[in-house]
Write a protein that binds this ligand. Sequence first.
Ligand code: NCD
Ligand code: ZN
Ligand code: ZN
Length: 430
Amino acid sequence: MALLLKNAHVIDPQVGLNKVADIVVRDGKIVEVGENLSIEKGVEKDLAGKIVVPGLVDMHVHLREPGFEQKEDIASGTRAAAHGGFTAVCCMPNTKPVTDNATAVEFIQARANAVGKCRVHVAGACSQGLKGETLSEMGDMVAHGAVAFTDDGRGVQDAGMMRRVMDYGSMFDRVVMSHCQDEGLVGDGQVNEGIASTRLGMLGWPAEGEELQIARDIALCRLTGCPLHIQHITTARGLKLVRAAKEEGLPVTCEVTPHHLFLNEWAIGDDYNTFLKVNPPLRTPEDCNALIDGVIDGTIDAIVTDHAPHTAWEKNCEFEIAPFGMIGLETSLALIITNLVDPGHLSWERAIELMSVKPREILRVERVAIEPGCTADLTVVDPEVEWTVDAADFFSKATNSGFIGEELKGRATDVFVGGYATLEDGAIVE
Ligand SMILES: NC(=O)N[C@@H](CC(=O)O)C(=O)O
Ligand SMILES: [Zn+2]
Ligand SMILES: [Zn+2]
């Protein structure tokens, strides 16, 4: 089957492409990129006014299946991903049962193949049951396709345990992704410790509870040589630690979420909106500014959503007993365009590195560039369309977004995975 995408503005920093061009796709691969291309038969699509980029990847999502299908499942979560412009996601192992063995990895892959609307890369747990006590079956999971390891949802509390996890990770050349949370320091912390915890009268989740584990894991990266990826970084000092580690030449990368960039602790008002209860918590405006600088200067490698769906009834309760987490797949791209690209703070090239190129490198999955021979995973963006975030439009089962009612600019209109459309003119292709 041939596909011809005509007249789009094609941007791919990997091959120095930033111009209007046509793309020919055949049997799932890009075969030609150039001007005035034609095909004898197949599907033609005029994309004048649109931008085509290498397919976006969200390397931190919670699809919740198996075990928490009331919140989300692989079918709904991957539809939300396609609707948000993603051609691939990496799903976290805090499912029930925990994704800590090869059978669990294979289950997710099989479901994704059967019902998914994007590629699903599976992250395996570091420890059995996320308990931090016994190593998971890391080697077996690698043999069955797990791309990375993390106990996301919890920090690995014991430094010796984390060292063993990283020793194994380095043997398999897989990245260990760290959710940094010292449970002794954080305890039952609900919101950022400081002004927010005082103002709202709730237990504080201190910046140090995150920064101590960032520092520890960087030291363990130096000790083991294992690639380390800091998940959902939120503080200025944590970012400084990552910057210093990179300058030292250590294989350390990090990610940030749109909500930690564009919402701060002051967003939680006297309505105690539980949609704003996230782990790690929303931090100070100064932290947000430091994170935005990190996105621009390259210290931050990836934008991820940490898409964490919960049911309405789980979130519709007192702040203290609501679960942590916010969804993000269907607003991430537009938040980056609206807040960073459109005002001129971030180039399209950098945005593509953060949302497409670097996530693939960190996860060690196939490179996707807009050049002949590459797999045709492509995202088509309308950079001008203005829209308002409305929970009724979400493909996710959940509505716990902190951005409902926000007016945004730009959104994905079409998504191709291996040359097949999963999103067409804003609608999921069933
Ligand atoms: N981020 C969150 O607030 N929640 C995540 C867990 C996690 O990413 O640590 C979840 O699984 O709900
Ligand atoms: Zn986490
Ligand atoms: Zn997470």
